[in-house]
Design a protein around this ligand. Structure first.
Ligand SMILES: Nc1ncnc2c1ncn2[C@@H]1O[C@H](COP(=O)(O)OP(=O)(O)OP(=O)(O)O)[C@@H](O)[C@H]1O
Ligand SMILES: O=C(O)C1=C[C@@H](O)[C@@H](O)[C@H](O)C1
Ligand SMILES: [Mg+2]
Length: 203
């Protein structure tokens, strides 16, 4: 990772999206440490700025207010440099957020089965899962959202895997993505018309 005092990393900005409980917050934090980047968790940022927990925001201000906060936060985090951004589970679902995030850089989507998600979220308070049958709600919401999450850049499964292994896979896939971007940029670079430019390019 480190060589001659310079940090080698595939990207200097990346966002993590995906359903509740897929591990965006935990993996995002670990990824930020592995890449020596700042870490921002949009859910935590909103709770800090609003001064209320997410269940309180949903109950007292309504989901619409929370979605507006998310949208504003997306505008801000896409202007950051050197950061790993862990999004809320619904942030990438809003079209304008998605466009803005994908324009900024790679969006890694974490996936898990409804059963894993249920196990990981059952002891915490997620307003959208406050129902008689949270597992069924997870299944329905996942069916609705999966085609949208599919629009992410890189997809990584988190079921039954230790977080270190997931972080390692994300970094490998980010290197491949960055190499492909670089190759594409070279292929699409404006032709070099300086004297001797073409021969230099084919050297
Ligand atoms: N790979 C993993 N293996 C085991 N437990 C995990 C893994 N990833 C995350 N967890 C645990 O699952 C729970 C939910 O993870 P986390 O809060 O990171 O999910 P999230 O995607 O950020 O959810 P939300 O969208 O609600 O913010 C946490 O207790 C976390 O420690
Ligand atoms: O999936 C969602 O819509 C949500 C996921 C959480 O991260 C929080 O952002 C909130 O509970 C809503
Ligand atoms: Mg989270």
């Amino acid at each position: 990772m480190f060589s001659s005092g310079l940090i080698e990393r595939p990207v200097s900005w990346v966002a993590l999206a995906g359903f509740m409980g897929t591990g965006k917050s935990r993996i995002g934090w670990e990824l930020s440490r592995a890449l020596a980047l700042h870490f921002v968790d949009t859910d935590k940022l909103i709770t800090r700025v609003v001064g209320k927990s997410i269940p309180e925001v949903f109950a007292q201000e309504g989901e619409g207010y929370f979605r507006a906060c998310e949208h504003e936060v997306v505008g801000r985090v896409t202007r950051l440099e050197h950061a790993v951004i862990s999004l809320g589970g619904g942030t990438f679902i809003q079209e304008e957020n998605r466009r803005c995030l994908l324009e900024r850089g790679p969006v890694v989507v974490l996936w898990a089965t409804p059963e894993t998600i249920y196990q990981r979220t059952k002891h915490s308070d997620r307003p959208l899962l406050r129902t008689e049958d949270p597992l069924e709600r997870i299944r329905t919401l996942m069916d609705e959202r999966a085609p949208v999450y599919q629009q992410g850049t890189i997809h990584v499964h988190s079921d039954g895997r230790p977080s270190e292994e997931i972080v390692e896979e994300i970094i490998d896939r980010l290197w491949s993505w960055a190499d492909a971007q670089h190759a594409w940029a070279l292929d699409h670079a404006a032709p070099d018309h300086t004297p001797g430019g073409e021969s230099r390019a084919s050297d």
